[in-house]
Design a protein around this ligand. Structure first.
Ligand SMILES: Nc1nc2c(c(=O)[nH]1)N[C@H]1C(S)=C(S)[C@@H](COP(=O)(O)OP(=O)(O)OC[C@H]3O[C@@H](n4cnc5c(=O)[nH]c(N)nc54)[C@H](O)[C@@H]3O)O[C@H]1N2
Ligand SMILES: Nc1nc2c(c(=O)[nH]1)N[C@H]1C(S)=C(S)[C@@H](COP(=O)(O)OP(=O)(O)OC[C@H]3O[C@@H](n4cnc5c(=O)[nH]c(N)nc54)[C@H](O)[C@@H]3O)O[C@H]1N2
Ligand code: SF4
Ligand SMILES: [Mo]
Length: 886
C-alpha cells in the first residue's frame, strides 16, 4: 500500500466496496472481501464526485447565515416548543441509508429516548422495507443470512426484480466470474423488462409485472407435486406449511395456468422450476422489482417459502438474499432508526422499551410505532407534524407523488435540511439549512448487504463550516437536554465513543432470540476503532440459521401465505429504475462529465409497436400524465424493444438542475404496501401522448441564463454544458437577451435562428466559438452544430465540434474511455467475429472500472443475434439538416 493511503468504503451502493484513496488516485481495495479491488463507474469517479459545485458551506436560518451555536440553539428551541405545545409526535425526522451507523444511532436516541416519538424514518422505507417485513414475518428477525462468498458455492442464482449489472455492478461481475469458473452455475433473471442483466442470463422469465408471488407459489407447488420438498427440515424447523399447501391446491398454481397468466412459455417456466428443484443449492437475490410493490412483502415471503420448503437456507450457497440499495441501509436497520422498530432489531414490547430506556438513561421512551415515510408527509399536511428534519435524502425527487411533497413542505411550519449540496431540490423548501460533511470528510461505520461492517474514513477537510451529521445531531441533543434540565445524553467526544455506546447496547440481545449483537466488540478502543478491518457479524464465522434455528419465539421459521396480485389492467404503465452511471437525484454524479453521457436527457422508453400505436417518434417529446387532468411530465421518446406490451420505462434520476420538471415521481402515486409502508413505485398506470412544442432549443457553452421552459435538460460535458429545452409557447429572440460581455453572431434559419458566442479576444481572421445556441420549431439535435462549418464566417469551432461529434446519435458505453456503441459497431464491421478481449485491446473499453463489460457483452450478443452489423441503424429519427437563409 503506497504511503499516505486511506482505506475507506464506497458511499454509493450496498455492495460496499473497499476503496484505497492514494495521493493521486482512488482505486479498489484488493483486500476488501466485497470487491477484491474492483470498482464500478461510480466508484471509479469518486475523485470527480468530490469536486461537486455548490457545496453547502454555512448554516442558515431563513436565508440568513448564522453560527453553529445559533442554529443548534434555534433547532433545540423549536423542537422544545413543539413538544410543549403539540406533544412529541409533532416532531419528525427523515433520514437516509447513506448516513453512517453513528449518525443513525445518535438520531434514534434523540428521537425515541429524548424527544419521545417514533416518527423517525429513513428512505430505506422506499427501498427495502418490504424485504425487512418479509424477514421478520418468516424468521422473526430482519436478518439476511447470506454472504457474497455463497456465489462461488452455489449451482443456481435467481435474480428477481434486480438489474444488478447496472445497480450492483461489482457483485454482478463476481457472479459472471463464478459462472466462467463453473459452467454448471446457472443464472435466471425474472424481470418484466429486458435488461443488460437479463440478456446475460441462461434464462430470462419476462413475467407480467407484479407476477412474482404467483411465480414463486407455482414453484412451491411444483416442488410439492414432484416430492422435492425437505420434509425433515419443514417438520423440525418451520411452521405453517400445511396452510400454504392447502392454498396451493387451486388450479391456478399449476404450471400451465401460471405460464398463461404470466405470459411466459410454460417450457421456460418448467426449466426454471426444474433447475431450482434439482440444484443442490440455490440463491434467490431480489431487488426493487420485488420490494417496491403494493404486495412486496408477500412477494418476499413467496420467495422465502420456496427456500424453506426445499431446505435451501442456512447452508453454503443457499438462501434468499435481499440486496441492499444504499451503502448503510443495513446499518440503519441494525441500529433501528425506523418508525416501525425501537432499536437493535427490537420492537416496542414492554421488555424492550424498558431495557432500551435503562440503557440510554433517557427521560422518556416511545412505546409504539410511529408514522411511516409516506404517512409522515401526510401528517404534515394534516397539521399534526410541525417540525421536520430531513438528513441526507432528497424527497422532492424520490418520494412518490412528488408534487404533493412539494406542496406539503411549502406548508410545513419548520423544515430543517442537512445536506452537502446547495443544488439538492429539497434545499428550496428548507427554513433551516445545515451544511454536512460528505464522504471522505467524515468518519464512521457502514454495514453492507452481506453484514460486513466497514469503516468510512476521512482523508479531506470538510469545506466551509460543514460538520459531520452525528456532530450536528449531538449538538441539538445536548441543547435539548439543557432545555429539559436533564443530564446531557449526547456528550460524545468522537465517532468511536458513539460506536462503543451502540455496541454496548447490542449486548441487550445476548441470551435472547435475536441474532443481532455486536457485543463482542464491547470496549473497542479508539485505536481499534480507527484500525478496524472489514468484518462480518456474527464474528465467529457462524452462518445465520445454519442450525435450522430461527429468531422466532419457538425457533421455527414461518411459511407465510399472500394472495397473488391481479395482472395490470390493459393500460400503459410506468416502470422506473436506475441507469448505470448515475446515483439517485444526481447531486453527487450529475456534474461528472464522463458519467453524464449515458442518458443525456429525461427519456421515456417503449417498444416499436407502442411507438407506432401512440403516433410517437424517437427523439420527439411525449407528455406523460397520471390521468387526463393532471400535469404532464415531458420526456424524450426512445425505442426499447425489451419492454413488452404497454410497459414504459423512465429512470429516477432527473432532478430539477439536470432534468427540469421531468421527475418521474410526479406521475407515480403514493400507494404503499400496507404491511411495510413501502411505495409501489414499479408499476403505475399512466396516460401518454405525443406533444408538439412551439419552440425547441439547444445551447452548448458556458453557463448563461436561459428562459424558463416547459422542458429542459442539462448535461455537463468536460468544459461546457449542454442544455436541451422546449417550450409550449413561441419564444422569440427577445427571450434570449444578451449577457453583458458576450460577443455574438446570429443567423436566421427557415425554422428559427441560431447564434454563436465568440471569444472576445479572438482575432477577426478566426473567430473562436465558445458557445452555440439554436432555437427553432423542430427538435434540434446536437449535430446541428456541424452546420456552422458551412458558414461564410472565419469560425474556429473546436472544441465545440468535438463535443458534437462525440455526442451525436451514439450511445455512450464505456464512460471511463468514452467509447460509444458506434465505435464498437465500427470495430465489429471491421471484423465481424471480434471478441470482447479484442474490443478491449482495440478500444480500451471496459478496461478501467469494467462497469461496461456487461453492456459490451450484451451488445456483442444482440449484434450476433440481429446480424445488423453492416447497417447499424441509428435509433433516433433520420436527421433533417437545417436550411439556411442568411
Ligand atoms: N447505478 C446505480 N446503482 C444503484 C443506485 C443508483 O441510483 N444508481 N441505487 C442503489 C439503490 S438505493 C438501490 S435500492 C438499488 C436498486 O437496484 P435494482 O433493484 O436492481 O434496481 P431498479 O432499477 O430500481 O429495478 C430493478 C428491476 O425491477 C424490475 N421490475 C419492475 N417491476 C417488476 C415486477 O413486478 N417484478 C419483477 N420481478 N421485476 C420488476 C425493473 O424492470 C428493473 O429492471 O440500486 C443501487 N445501485
Ligand atoms: N419512481 C421511483 N422512485 C424511487 C425509486 C424507484 O426505483 N423508482 N427508488 C427509491 C429508492 S430505493 C431510494 S434509495 C430513493 C433514493 O432517493 P434519495 O435518498 O432522495 O436520493 P439521493 O439523491 O441519494 O439523496 C441524498 C441526498 O443527501 C445528500 N448527501 C450526500 N451525502 C450526504 C451526507 O454525508 N450528509 C448529508 N446530510 N447529506 C448528504 C445528497 O446531496 C442528496 O441531496 O429513491 C426512491 N425513489
Ligand atoms: S458496486 Fe460501485 S457503487 Fe457499489 S459499492 Fe462498489 S464501487 Fe461503489
Ligand atoms: Mo434504494
Amino acid at each position: 500500500m503506497p504511503k499516505n493511503t486511506t482505506k475507506t468504503t464506497c458511499p454509493y451502493c450496498g455492495v460496499g466496496c473497499g476503496i484505497e484513496v492514494r495521493p493521486s488516485e482512488i482505486v479498489g481495495d484488493e483486500k476488501h472481501p466485497a470487491n477484491r479491488g474492483m470498482l464500478c463507474s461510480k466508484g471509479a469517479a469518486l475523485s470527480e464526485s468530490m469536486k461537486m459545485p455548490q457545496r453547502l458551506l454555512v448554516p442558515s436560518i431563513q436565508g440568513m447565515e448564522v453560527t453553529w451555536d445559533q442554529v443548534t440553539d434555534e433547532i433545540a428551541e423549536r423542537i422544545f416548543s413543539a413538544i410543549a405545545q403539540y406533544g412529541p409526535d409533532s416532531v419528525a425526522m427523515y433520514l437516509s441509508g447513506q448516513l453512517l451507523t453513528e449518525d443513525y444511532y445518535v438520531a434514534n436516541k434523540l428521537m425515541k429516548g429524548f424527544i419521545g416519538t417514533s416518527n423517525i424514518e429513513t428512505n430505506t422505507r422506499l427501498c427495502m422495507m418490504s424485504a425487512v417485513s418479509a424477514h421478520i414475518r418468516a424468521f422473526g428477525e430482519d436478518v439476511v443470512p447470506m454472504s457474497y462468498a455463497d456465489i462461488e458455492q452455489t449451482e443456481l442464482i435467481v435474480l428477481v426484480g434486480a438489474n444488478s449489472a447496472w445497480t450492483h455492478p461489482v457483485l454482478f461481475r463476481r457472479i459472471e466470474q463464478a459462472r466462467e469458473n463453473n459452467p454448471n452455475l446457472k443464472l435466471v433473471v425474472i424481470d418484466p423488462r429486458t435488461t443488460v442483466t437479463s440478456k446475460l442470463a441462461d434464462l430470462h422469465l419476462q413475467i407480467e409485472n407484479e407476477g412474482d408471488t404467483l411465480l414463486f407459489h407455482g414453484l412451491l407447488r411444483y416442488l410439492i407435486d414432484n416430492r422435492a420438498v425437505d420434509m425433515k427440515f419443514i417438520k423440525e424447523s418451520t411452521e405453517g406449511f400445511g396452510d400454504v399447501w392447502n392454498y396451493l391446491q387451486e388450479v391456478k398454481y399449476q404450471l400451465h395456468a401460471i405460464g398463461e397468466r404470466l405470459n411466459v412459455d410454460w417450457q421456460d417456466l418448467r426449466k426454471f422450476y426444474d433447475w431450482f428443484m434439482t440444484s443442490l443449492s440455490a440463491i434467490t437475490m431480489f431487488g426493487q422489482g420485488v420490494n417496491q410493490s403494493a404486495y412486496g412483502v408477500d412477494k418476499g415471503n413467496a420467495i422465502i417459502n420456496c427456500h424453506l420448503a426445499s431446505g435451501k437456507i442456512g447452508k453454503p450457497g443457499s438462501g434468499p438474499f435481499s440486496l441492499t440499495g444504499q451503502p448503510n441501509a443495513m446499518g440503519g436497520r441494525e441500529v433501528g432508526a425506523l418508525s416501525s422498530q425501537l432499536a437493535i432489531h427490537r420492537g416496542f414490547d414492554p421488555q424492550s422499551t424498558r431495557m432500551v430506556q435503562d440503557y440510554w438513561q433517557s427521560p422518556v421512551i416511545t412505546n409504539r410505532p410511529g408514522l411511516k415515510a409516506v404517512d409522515i408527509f401526510r401528517a404534515i399536511d394534516a397539521g399534526q407534524i410541525k417540525v421536520l428534519w430531513i438528513v441526507g435524502t432528497n424527497p422532492i425527487i424520490s418520494m412518490p407523488d412528488s408534487d404533493k411533497i412539494r406542496q406539503t413542505l411549502d406548508h410545513c411550519s419548520c423544515v430543517i435540511v442537512s445536506d452537502i449540496s446547495a443544488q439538492s431540490d429539497v434545499i428550496d423548501y428548507a427554513d433551516i439549512i445545515l451544511p454536512a460533511a460528505g464522504w471522505g470528510e467524515k468518519r464512521g461505520m457502514v454495514t453492507n448487504a452481506e453484514r460486513v461492517i466497514s469503516r468510512q474514513r476521512a482523508f479531506a477537510n470538510a469545506p466551509g463550516q460543514a460538520k459531520p451529521d452525528w456532530w450536528i445531531l449531538s449538538q441539538v441533543g445536548e441543547r435539548l437536554c439543557n432545555l429539559l434540565s436533564i443530564p446531557n445524553g449526547f456528550e460524545f467526544k468522537n465517532e468511536a465513543a458513539i460506536f462503543r455506546e451502540y455496541v454496548g447496547m447490542t449486548a441487550l440481545n445476548d441470551n435472547s432470540p435475536y441474532l443481532f449483537s455486536l457485543s463482542k466488540l464491547a470496549g473497542i478502543t479508539d485505536s481499534q476503532y480507527s484500525n478496524w478491518q472489514p468484518r462480518q457479524w456474527p464474528f465467529d464465522g457462524r452462518r445465520p440459521f445454519a442450525n435450522g434455528y430461527f429468531s422466532t419465539p419457538d425457533g421455527r421459521a414461518n411459511f407465510v401465505w399472500g394472495e397473488p396480485m391481479d395482472a395490470n389492467a390493459d393500460h400503459w404503465w410506468m416502470n422506473s429504475g436506475r441507469i448505470r452511471d448515475q446515483w439517485h437525484s444526481m447531486t453527487r454524479t450529475g456534474h461528472i462529465h464522463r458519467l453524464s453521457g449515458y442518458e443525456v436527457e429525461p427519456t421515456v422508453y417503449m417498444n416499436s409497436i407502442s411507438l407506432a400505436k401512440l403516433f410517437l417518434s424517437p427523439g420527439r417529446l411525449a407528455a406523460i400524465r397520471r390521468d387526463k387532468y393532471s400535469k404532464p411530465v415531458y420526456a424524450k421518446v426512445a425505442v426499447d424493444d425489451g419492454l413488452p406490451g404497454k410497459q414504459l420505462f423512465m429512470s429516477i434520476h432527473w432532478s430539477k438542475l439536470y432534468g427540469g420538471a421531468s421527475n418521474v415521481n410526479r406521475i407515480i402515486g403514493a400507494q404503499v404496501d400496507e404491511l411495510s409502508g413501502q411505495p409501489a413505485f414499479k408499476s403505475w398506470p399512466v396516460e401518454i401522448e405525443a406533444v408538439e412544442m412551439n419552440t425547441y432549443g439547444l445551447y452548448i457553452g458556458p453557463r448563461r441564463p436561459l428562459p424558463a421552459t416547459d422542458y429542459r435538460a442539462y448535461q455537463q460535458d468536460k468544459e461546457v454544458g449542454i442544455w436541451r429545452f422546449a417550450a409550449l409557447s413561441s419564444l422569440t429572440r427577445d427571450d434570449f437577451p444578451l449577457v453583458k460581455g458576450e460577443k455574438i453572431l446570429r443567423w436566421e434559419l427557415e425554422e428559427g435562428w441560431m447564434m454563436v458566442i465568440v471569444d472576445r479576444d479572438s482575432p477577426q481572421s478566426l473567430l473562436r466559438v465558445v458557445g452555440f445556441l439554436a432555437v427553432g420549431n423542430t427538435p434540434i439535435e446536437i449535430d446541428y452544430l456541424q452546420v456552422l462549418a458551412l458558414m461564410d464566417e472565419p469560425l474556429e469551432l473546436e472544441p465545440l465540434l468535438a463535443v458534437a461529434s462525440s455526442k451525436a446519435r451514439s450511445q455512450l458505453i464505456c464512460s471511463c474511455h468514452q467509447v460509444t456503441d458506434q465505435h464498437i459497431y465500427d470495430a465489429m464491421n471491421d471484423d465481424e467475429s471480434v471478441s470482447l478481449n479484442e474490443l478491449q485491446a482495440k478500444l480500451k473499453c471496459g478496461t478501467h472500472c469494467g462497469s461496461c463489460v456487461m453492456d459490451i457483452k450484451s451488445l456483442l450478443m444482440s449484434a450476433s443475434e440481429d446480424e445488423f452489423l453492416l447497417d447499424p441503424t441509428p435509433s433516433a429519427a433520420p436527421h433533417k439538416g437545417p436550411s439556411l437563409h442568411k
